[in-house]
Design a protein around this ligand. Sequence first.
Ligand SMILES: Cc1cc2nc3c(=O)[nH]c(=O)nc-3n(C[C@H](O)[C@H](O)[C@H](O)COP(=O)(O)O)c2cc1C
Length: 354
Amino acid sequence: MADLFTPLRLGELELPNRIWMAPLTRCRAEAEHLPGELMAQYYSQRASAGLIVAEATMVMEGNSAFWHEPGIYNQAQIEGWRLTTDAVHQAGGRIVLQIWHGGRACHPLLNGGRQPVGPSPLAITGDEVHTPEGKKPYVTPRELADQELPAIVEGFRLAARHAMRAGFDGVEIHGANGYLLDSFLRDGSNQRRGPYGGSRDNRARLLMDVLEAVAQETSLMGLRLSPLNGYNAMRDSDPIGLISWLAEQLNAVPLAYLHLMRADLLGEQLGDVLTPTRERFKGVLVANMGYGAEEANAAIHSGAVDAVAFGRPFIANPDLPERFASHGPLNTADPTTFYSAGPAGYIDYPRLNG
Ligand SMILES: Cc1cc2nc3c(=O)[nH]c(=O)nc-3n(C[C@H](O)[C@H](O)[C@H](O)COP(=O)(O)O)c2cc1C
């Protein structure tokens, strides 16, 4: 029976354990969305993860949603990321890059006045975005024309090519949390007519196009989805039906893994998305959200999932697998430094053994 410490084959990679580091935006990139030494140090500290999924990274210029998030659309960023991939590999780790378009979560103040884009002219409500001028309400996105979508697909394809050039072991497509691909997928944010709106097939079309394009650039492609998550004012009228249908469709895609956020960060939309996905999807299934070692072990042991990704526990515990193995105490993550600048709360969480 497998557990957290059973190796897992993932494409050409042999993962030594099933304790994955979830993608975590930490806003520590330098000016111009450039990954630097500090990020390399942070990721290499976490190299004992079975797999690191590096944070959401901009596929195209002008789509910043968090301020100091990294990009992968120019040569300097490719070279900047090389610091991280080299450091992680030298420390014995494995790392893929989450590639991302922020869609309607982007703000003009972060993008030289540029209006964000989305499937429909519907703003994110109930939250605010950090900008150089403080917290601001989200703005209403401009509805993308169908003819503009191939350029976005091309942006993802190029980002994947760049990621492989930067030395990553693969890429994860960010199809979760209300950003561009997810906002097309779910019907609360997609009210389009035509080939990219309406039916499930149509709402999934952009995502499927991106998967097809990215598969040409890497042999290790993962996908992250969050059918229940209400973060970024997201809703779907039938999340279980949507994921059940999509899980089947994804069998026809060369996916190395499907990474599923099992719940709603806001705790409002309830349901079990893991069971119907496991029943239908034939590939590697990775679950995330709110797991501790015991529950994760049980989920793998029962065959419900193949691996578990940990977010906040990995922020606070660079040596999380060693701590799980020795049943050691865990550091607690400090939310005040999640998105702050500099090394504090980033590379200074202590290891168990010095
Ligand atoms: C500071 C922070 C940054 C995050 N950034 C990302 C991100 O870049 N991409 C993503 O898909 N999810 C992101 N998430 C969500 C996490 O990957 C994860 O789903 C969430 O923390 C729940 O898992 P946990 O309970 O193990 O922390 C972020 C979460 C936090 C707390």
